[in-house]
Design a protein around this ligand. Sequence first.
Ligand SMILES: Cc1ncc(COP(=O)(O)O)c(C=O)c1O
Length: 395
Amino acid sequence: MEDLMVSDKKFIMGTYKRYPLAVKRAKGKYIWSEEGKKYLDFFSGLAVNNLGHCHPQILKAIRNQLLKHLHISNLYYDSLQVKLAEKLVKLSIPGKVFFSNSGAEANECAIKLARKYSHLRGKKQEAKYKIIVFENSFHGRTLATLSATMQKEFQKGFTPLLSGFKQAKFNELSTVENAISSETCAIMVEPIQGEGGVQVATREFVRGLRTLCNKFNLILIFDEIQSGMGRTGKMFAYQHYGVTPDILTMAKGVGGGLPLGVTIAKDEIANLFGYGNHGSTFGGNPVSIAAGLAAVKLLDDELLQNVKVTGSYLMGRLNELKCKYPKRIKEVRGLGLIVGLELKEEGEEIVNRCFEQRILINCTHKKVLRFLPPLIINNSDIGKLVSTLDRILSS
Ligand SMILES: Cc1ncc(COP(=O)(O)O)c(C=O)c1O
């Protein structure tokens, strides 16, 4: 392990603070280290492995595709791409799909679409280009998506950023209305802010955003890169709110463990992209698409029901801890199996202690322990996590 850590430091840019775990293999909700230690995964590769590691149906789909071809080009037709696009559209909003490789790229596409739509509608060229985004949002690390990410520590050192993003306060509708100007073209929001500390949007807020977009003729973009693909107990988090976006972005779980980004836009917006307006050499790679098709099929009603049941059990058990340790725990928040426990202290030490006890969790926004288990988790796994946290918090 020590040798690997030294070589990693020498050859790989230090953008990630790694835990001392070199993975040998992973299956279902478990990960095994090179040394043979077994870890219970409450992180899912940051909400990617929603069906657990190496689901046999996903592996089968990947294997079948590997035997056919790996990459051709988006210059040719691909029936599986069309099949997945049709499936995702049926599961979300009527419209058209652009396939990319990551969450940031999916959002980049959404930003370009919003601008294009408004340019073509505006009387003056570039009259409307501003997008309202939210305090503590996270939309990615490319320059455009970083500019949309309202967390100063991520932006530090990368100025000048792309102009045209205006910040409003999450769950405070009046700040959104105040931020709208004649130059605004869209509102971009995560229904649940993941990196921002697992903040769940209120019903009133999400519905209010839709009303404002209708009133001022703005595009409503939902970034469901972390909250989508069954994580909340519905296929997409927005479906809890009874409103629909004009553009929806997804990534992480949609590729079943392989890189895939998806942007869906209503026809009226999507149809404005013509030849050469956007592109990606690898976007919608056949292997990722095959894995994505298998993953989406597996996200059935039974699994979504498991998310609801285990999610509320997890929240309940964490709230018991909150009652037991009121001096250390501030709040428990979440929806389905995206759950945050906000501490009154920094959380990294607790993550490290869980790691020592072979449970993988994560801390975001410094004080929020974040739980993103695979959706196949059960109450007994949750019991194990909670008793481990209990032991740690009591010491
Ligand atoms: C809500 C949200 N948007 C965008 C991204 C960026 O996704 P990627 O890292 O795949 O570019 C993330 C990643 O964590 C995310 O949680």
